[in-house]
Design a protein around this ligand. Sequence first.
Ligand SMILES: Cc1cc2nc3c(=O)[nH]c(=O)nc-3n(C[C@H](O)[C@H](O)[C@H](O)COP(=O)(O)OP(=O)(O)OC[C@H]3O[C@@H](n4cnc5c(N)ncnc54)[C@H](O)[C@@H]3O)c2cc1C
Length: 463
Amino acid sequence: MDWKTLQKRIQGTVAVPSHTSFDAVKAAMVWNEVKPARSPAIIVTVKQDDDIVEAIHFAKENQLQVAVHGGGHTWCGLAVRNGGMTIDLSQLTESVIDKKNRKAIIQPVISNRELAHRLGQYDLAFPIGHCPTVKASGYLLSGGMSWNLSHWGPGCVSVEAIDFVTADGKKITASQTTYPDLFWAARGCGPGMFAVATRYHLACYPLPKSIMTSTYYYSLDHLSEVVNEVTKLGWEMPSIVELSLFLIQAPPELINKCKSTNGKLCMITAVAFANTKEEGTAALSLLETGKMVQKCLAKNINEPSDFEKLSDISGVAWPEQHRNLCENQCSKANPVDIVMAMRDKIIDAPSSQSVIVFCQSTGQHNLINSNPDIALSMEGQSYGGIWSIWKEAKDDANNIKWHNETMSILQPFTYLHYIGETDIVQDPSRVKQSYTPEKWKRLEEIREKYDPDHLFSGFFDGL
Ligand SMILES: Cc1cc2nc3c(=O)[nH]c(=O)nc-3n(C[C@H](O)[C@H](O)[C@H](O)COP(=O)(O)OP(=O)(O)OC[C@H]3O[C@@H](n4cnc5c(N)ncnc54)[C@H](O)[C@@H]3O)c2cc1C
């Protein structure tokens, strides 16, 4: 492999293991501080679409399998594979916004916070993901469990077209009318994607003018009654409310009230994506009507918010420079049963930063409904799971053990895993368990059509 010939053909840069910068470039491709031991043979950081075309031709000439690095936020570091070429898209950060038609065309590596900010300047919004630093790239390909999911649907449903460089080095645009099968696959295929997505064409929404949050803290002693009541009230709330149950470390001012449960409590958050203060207040008011509200340890209701503040809050809960394991799934089971099964595990969690979260249905329909137009198969009354978060490598063994034990308790309640947040390195069978059998079969067929020689590593290769 003469990498210098590729370097001459592109505007971007090529790194190979003999370069002193190689290890740093590789480490930066995984957000999680748990870095994989895997290593590609060559990393190509592209500056433009033509660089990707050249990289694909070079990979074919040199029989290198291709992985893609978008934002590096797959928890299990899927952009870094053994051998082959990683095409690094991290320099592709441009966007064009059309306020009048409520459209945006974005390159892949724009973060949730940045996208919300750029659109907000035009009074527009998009169903971005929850954490500020996650990039559109793999978020949208995975499906996109977004803010305001019950109302706007998963992020990928608001993608109208995607520009790709395909396995044969062609630049194409896939949509409902051109390459519709590829477009179907790309909306849910996530790390199994078999072409490089270079631009997403987004349908945007008017910016909700009055985003409001209410937060309630409850002792785990009342967990069953609280979850029962809150999830029932959730069905009565308008779909503009995002309702979540957290099993989490108590804030410092409540720690003393949670001594019997090792400082852990249940936090209920409701975020209303409203247009006026009155609409937001009315949407959140149902939470004040239950009997259990009398028992809450503390509450902050109807607080004004915006996407910037929501990003800040998520950024604190899922901090940078930490070690993480994650398992996210959808469920059709009774939320009380799921949360009660998790109760003792959160009390015993070896890290106070670990969190168990389940988003609940609002708007008198299931939180996620099956959609034949997209490969994403998630469906059910709730989605969520376990995020194990800790700081020091010396605590790996304890946290991994806890995570796996908690996972095995969650498993019986799982309808499907979420391909964007399931550990397919630890257990590759979770790939197939992220799709209905029909959608999995179709996904495989479309992959064979567009990438018959398996140029792209897909779900399984190089791990
Ligand atoms: C802190 C944190 C919070 C998160 N919150 C959410 C959330 O609220 N909602 C949600 O849905 N998900 C969430 N996620 C999960 C995240 O959306 C997915 O892991 C997503 O795949 C990350 O995309 P990436 O581009 O950063 O992945 P990378 O690790 O860069 O890429 C992983 C794989 O995705 C594929 N891929 C990525 N980009 C492209 C592309 N442009 N073209 C072709 N293939 C590509 C490739 O196969 C690549 O190997 C969160 C993750 C983290 C770490």
